[in-house]
Design a protein around this ligand. Structure first.
Ligand SMILES: [Fe+2]
Length: 192
């Protein structure tokens, strides 16, 4: 009888990243090509972060999947982190920590507060541990909408300009800016 070898943690991390890449490509490449370009850049940033250690594959998987909630088919609440995480939890039965990372990525709780959804978000998904959450914020906030590596201040300004000063997303970014800069600073300080 052939008994498969147990999945090592290295296998698991490579497997989850490859699975996430395939799923992201399937969902985004044709439907939202600019988001697909962005997440390819975010995943490349994730692979470049040496300091993440054993959770590297999980971080890369979250990078691939963090924006799937923008898909019109998945958008239920309008909070794209929550909508994407629900799909991963309920349809894909994904790793809980992956769902938590996607749900809360890039200080999503602030946008949740602006939308009156913060209690719902917190009830459904606990925030991810800070080093991983910081790493995903760093990758997302130093990658342009087209997938290019940019400085965090350019990224924040681009979001603000794209939505316009009165928009909920611009208000969110203004409130989240100190937290995002702190997260990016902590990742730099960790040696990545
Ligand atoms: Fe993103």
């Amino acid at each position: 009888m052939h008994v498969p070898a147990p999945l090592t943690s290295v296998d698991f991390m490579q497997t989850i990243a490859a699975w996430a890449q395939d799923l992201a490509r399937t969902l985004l490449a044709d439907a939202l090509p600019r988001r697909w370009a962005h997440v390819q850049g975010v995943a490349a940033r994730a692979r470049s972060l040496a300091a993440v250690g054993p959770d590297a594959g999980l971080l890369e998987a979250a990078a691939w999947l963090h924006d799937i909630g923008y898909l019109p088919d998945l958008a239920a609440t309008g909070l794209h982190g929550l909508d994407g995480a629900r799909f991963l939890r309920d349809v894909q039965h994904a790793e809980p920590l992956l769902c938590r990372l996607v749900a809360h990525h890039s200080c999503a709780v602030i946008e949740a507060e602006e939308r009156g959804l913060a209690n719902l978000l917190r009830r459904e998904f606990a925030p991810a541990p800070r080093p991983l959450a910081d790493a995903l914020t760093f990758c997302d906030m130093t990658t342009s909408p087209d997938g290019e590596h940019v400085h965090v201040t350019s990224r924040l300004a681009e979001i603000h300009d794209r939505y316009g000063s009165g928009h909920l997303v611009s208000r969110t970014i203004r409130r989240a800016t100190p937290l995002i800069l702190e997260a990016v600073g902590r990742v730099h300080a960790s040696g990545s």
